[in-house]
Design a protein around this ligand. Sequence first.
Ligand code: ADP
Length: 372
Amino acid sequence: SRKDSKLKTKPSHKKISNSKSCNIRVVVRLRGPNAKERAAKSLNVVYIPENSTKEIKIINEAYDRREPPFFRFDQVFGPQATQSEIFDTVVSPILDEVLLGFNCTVFAYGQTGTGKTYTMEGDLSSEDGELNYKSGIIPRTLHELFKRLGDDHNKYTVRLSMLELYNEEVGDLLSLGDSVPKLTLNIDASSKLQIQGMEEILIEDTASGIALLQSGSSKRHTAATNCNQKSSRSHCIFTITVRIKESNFEGQDLLKEGKLYLVDLAGSEDTKMSGAINQQAREAGLINTSLLSLGRVITNLVAREESNAPIHIPYRESKLTRILQDSLGGQTKTCIIATISPAKISLEETVSTLKYATKAMKITNTPVSNQK
Ligand code: ADP
């Protein structure tokens, strides 16, 4: 029978679109034109073709370059897509994994003003933890999490932390008081990363989770007004850690822990600074080390999944990738939500966002038309 199984094994290059091994999902959210774009009478040049759920197209005249004027992703959402639709299709399946004890990450990536924070947080006003039409991914995740965990609080714990990463410095957005204390990263005796002094707050319901998010979020923005454009240049990492107690069939207690990182990344316009090495820009903190490293980590993860070669993943290059190391790659599920504007005035940034997002797509996901 060993011979049989050998005969049945297909050559690996025929394994196209093996969804089992595809752990990075890339979706795009295209918003409608905003007031500024309408005032500038900027044309809408980016659109989703009729009946398509996977393609983003750019009007040819607006984009007369050598590249084909369309991009393909796992899924695309247009201006009509609701917050609840995004949650249900993108985040809910990831929450399933977290409840099974896996670590997962959802990123919002895109130019400033395209809807990253709207997608992640949305409208945070809430009464008793109730959601509204504009509630974003984080409030919806908390709501769904407590719904699924049920009323028996002896069976689980939910803890939250919220960090800001600015210029490779980690700040704690959940510390008491108005300050955002700086934290250091250490490696403990068992080689695990520790974030020294980080607040991890135990919550028992959605309402307290939303309240913490509100407070952390407002600290991020208060700090930003004191520092030129800081909020668009900082990353926000909101972490939900779920521990579930279960008994196995012999009556022994088992502890299952899963983590979900919900990350609102710095404005993607920051990656533009990467071109020539510019010492001045570097010193002024104008190079977003974490954003660039994340790109390299993801590109290498994709390449490694594709080729099965022992490709090095440069997690240690930045604070962001160090913090997320245990939830990027391997058994974990990752979703990148790339947010874009439809307007001609943003086209250059939009194309660069779409290219960054394309690098995260498995090559085997692209259609191999008419190829046998
Ligand atoms: P970013 O975090 O990418 O800088 P924001 O989330 O702050 O962008 O969005 C900028 C503005 O556009 C906000 O006023 C937000 O409410 C609005 N906005 C963004 N995306 C949408 C959307 N899909 N639907 C409605 N309003 C949106």
